[in-house]
Design a protein around this ligand. Structure first.
Ligand SMILES: [Zn+2]
Length: 240
């Protein structure tokens, strides 16, 4: 069952062979997918309290632009199991999130909030990351809707804007989003971070992944929609 055998050194210098489930496939510093170089140093960290042993394995990133050392941490779910399972890699550097030019124009607030939510997620602060992503989605959809308002009278436009800002996200999507594709995807994203449940819901990893997938689809459709409108505005009629 175990794919990997390594010599593990204890604090007293003794060595023994242990089993490991896998080698990390991504560098925690440059975030590039790599097969790390084995440095031949794996240490047993003496378990405290309940006695769940932890090992730390020294690896090096082979990416020519990085080449940094990092430590893969492995743990055992029970002291008596044989295999160590990869739990984390340190030091983990935060991955910057770059949104497209179109999205940066449609909603700068979305970009800032999404970036903060992503940082929270990378720090493992999932209870903050979930509502953060949901808030980012709300700004994205509402800014997109406001950007598409066609009212030319400034006073009337301000009233329409204020109305969108005050309306619940789900209702906004139903009433204002014209594109059927954006509507269907955004509706599902809003369900995941529903207005009614968002104070009681526990954000778990799976919810986050689903929500992020839906946000990414919403972003994609908004880009397609915006580009399409730009092309039509640029070339309103065919040449004779
Ligand atoms: Zn690297």
């Amino acid at each position: 069952m175990a794919q990997l055998q390594l010599r593990v050194r204890s604090a007293n210098g003794a060595e023994e062979t242990s089993y490991f489930d896998r080698t990390p496939d991504r560098c925690p510093i440059c975030h590039v997918a790599v097969t790390p170089t084995e440095m031949g140093v794996t240490i047993l960290v003496e378990a405290e309290g309940d006695g769940f042993p932890v090992t730390e394995r020294l690896l090096r990133c082979p990416n020519a632009k990085c080449r940094r050392l990092f430590i893969a941490r492995y743990g055992r779910s029970r002291p008596q199991t044989v295999t160590y399972f990869l739990s984390s890699c340190v030091p983990a550097e935060l991955q910057a999130i770059q949104q497209s030019e179109i999205i940066s124009k449609v909603s700068p607030d979305f970009c800032s909030i999404y970036e903060e939510a992503s940082k929270a997620e990378q720090y493992g602060l999932l209870l903050v990351a979930g509502p953060g992503y949901r808030k980012a989605l709300e700004f994205l959809i509402k800014d997109f809707i406001i950007g598409q308002l066609t009212e030319t009278d400034a006073a009337k436009l301000a009233v329409e804007k204020a109305k969108v800002e005050k309306t619940l996200l789900g209702t906004c999507i139903k009433d204002y989003v014209k594109s059927e594709q954006i509507k269907e995807i955004a509706k599902r994203a809003a369900w995941l971070g529903n207005d009614e449940t968002h104070y009681v819901r526990k954000w778990e990893d799976k919810d986050l992944k689903d929500l992020k997938k839906l946000i990414s689809l919403t972003l994609h459709w908004i880009e397609v929609e915006t580009l399409t409108l730009e092309v039509i505005a640029d070339m309103p009629e065919g040449k004779p």
